[in-house]
Design a protein around this ligand. Sequence first.
Ligand code: ADP
Length: 836
Amino acid sequence: MKDASVAGDAPPSLRRRAESLVAAMETVDPATLTPEAMARLVHKLRVSQAELTLQNEELRRTQAALAHARDRYADLYDFAPAGYFTLDTRGTILEANLKGAALLGRDRADLPGLPFPDLVAPADQAAFAGHLARILETGQADTVEIRLARQGGEPFCAECFLEPRPPLGPAGPACLRMMVTDVTARCEAADARDQAGLILEASPAFLIRYPVADGEPGPVDYVSSNIARFGFSREELLSGAVSPRALVHSGDLARIEATVRKNAAQGVDAFGLDHRLVTKTGQVRYVTDRIRLLRDGQGRVRAVEGLILDVTESVEARQDLETVLDSAPIPIVKVRMTEEGDRVLAYQNPAATRLFGENALEGSCKGFLCNKEVCPALTAESGVVRDRECAVQTLLGERIMYKTARKLPDAPYIIEAMVDVTELMHTRRRLTRAMEAAEAANRAKSEFLATMSHEIRTPMNGVMGMTELALQTDLTPEQREYLDLARQSAVSLLDIINDILDFSRIEAGRVELARVPFSLGQTLAACLRLFDPMAARQNDTLELVLAEDTPDALVGDPGRLAQVLANLVSNGLKFTKNGRVRVTVEPAPPLQCPLEREPCHTVTLLFAVADNGIGIPKAQHERIFDYFTQLDASLSREVGGTGLGLSISKNLVSLLGGRIWIESEPGRGSTFFFTATFEQPPDAAARPAPVRETAAAAEPPLPPLSILLVEDNLINQLVAKRLLERRGHAVTAVDSGYAALDLLRTHPFHCVLMDMEMPGINGLDTLARLRDPAFGQASATPVVALTAHAVKGYRERMFAAGFDGYVSKPIDMGQLDGALRQALARGEARRFGDRP
Ligand code: ADP
């Protein structure tokens, strides 16, 4: 069987021979065969058999060699360094080698049937499709670079060589062979090169390279395009039309070439140089040049490469700064903080050199610039400016410098600028001393004025009181006229004293406003009532007109409002004969409330005092508000005055939150306007309690009281005693605090009227002893303070000290009645434990 199978597989010639042999045997009749013929036949047969065996052997060897060659081919195919793919014309994978599968990160068995275009990165798919179509169309092999997806990894850059190939098998479809190589490294290098190029193009620096032969530069062989910043084109340099030397400023050329030669000789291949270049238009630019020497195998410099950065702006800025520092008249220094904690003078401008000398540089600052006791060290965090005065040792001796120090961020340097303020400090010290002396003098003046006011008021009290008492006796008409004139003179004198006192208080800024509820109508009426006699004497009419919507209940200082009004009305009457003075009040346009959400509790009123008197020329309108200004001295002498009234009024109006102005023409009268702002009680509709002093007239008279009068001045004692007795009170007078306390221990009084300024024990101390609970029953007795001190704030201080009322001298009976009434009410409240 084996032979038959061998014969079956035998080549055609062999078969033909075998068949002819068999046919020859079949034609021979064995019975007729001679032994020789038989022997030849057997021999032929044996030879054929041996031939067959040999041929069989040959065939087996050929088959083994074939199998070996196939295996070697498969190995070569699978483990080739490139991926091999067979694709059909649509790009579907028919076959792939192991390397191809590995490149795509897939199993080789999964690849057949996969469309290769799906494995191409989306951005490159169109390019690949075009490439495929072109190869099919032209039949020409070609290469394309695309990015391929790798399963489970990053896409990679691949070079694909595609060529058409014969169909697989006689009936197979047309197909393509593709060889894929991973060229990621090459792509990255190209990318990096592109990026470097881009960076170089975008950077302010340009790169230039030129060969060197025997120390002589040849034409530029590379220059980046941003040489254009200097006005040259790449072509000009690359063509040799412009030599690298032509770029360099002639003043720097020798130095550059010498440096290059020296470094070339010493084997230094990379170094920096600052020099100047000249642009095509001849402009000089400052550059910093990073130079690299490129050598050949023998170590000879064969090219020079320079990376050149234009630093003109910063060089010019530095030059400007140097100019400023050199010409600055103030010393400016740079101090370096050493690691040992010392400070060293690292730089000083010429002004500082003049002050500290050349030798100061690099010396420790401790001895002269930085006295640590005075100037605490700047810590690393505090880079902020420090301003201070500092004692500094200079060539001129110790000077006081006003120093501004700033620590440079993240650097151990402090920049200090200083101004010599030695003279200024001396002047300041002198000025401070002078100011203190002036303040002391001013205080002395105020005290003197307060004392004078007190001293004058006390006898004035006597004069006025006695005149008042004398006027209440039976007198001849002549005597009455004299006494009336005496009283008027006393009132004028008192006005003058009040004006002077106000003036000195305003000057000292000591005027404070009261803040009490009051009735506007009552305050104005009471104020104008005082001028009725004067108006009658001058044959003037005096009117008060309140606009309908003027609020009546206000909170503020009615006394100061009345004072301003009295000044204006008095002036109006003084300068108007047989005419009219009219006071009008109306709300001024509302003030802006600070916060709109909150209800506005203030009201601004516009007051006008109009007369039809002599008037004032326009040129004088501003001046009359100055201190001591009177327009017509002769007239002033006739009508009286100090020239203080309007200036005091102006100051008071400004304290009342308003302003004052005038409209006037000579011969046509004057109108003084002023505004003032007051608070309104929260419930403005409810009328406030009337001010006691001015409202006293409307109250029923006080019942007869037993009053203890404590007053050391016997005349004033007599005046007060008589005035009180005339009102039906029983008065016991004593001349000291001690006598009063003695008497109070044994005698009850409805009220005590106590002078504040008494020798021995003053009013305050007397009250303190009386109010001591150990004093007994009389300790609750109401006490009214009586004082010639008309200083602002005094009244409040008296109430704070425990007094129940306050009356200033000269005594006004209306005011005294009010104070007594108030004191009795507070005494009552104290007795029943209410807070007064
Ligand atoms: P005096 O106390 O002297 O009146 P004022 O400061 O009140 O001082 O006034 C200054 C000057 O302004 C007055 O002397 C007067 O010349 C002028 N003056 C003030 N009010 C009027 C007025 N209503 N009519 C005319 N002149 C006036």
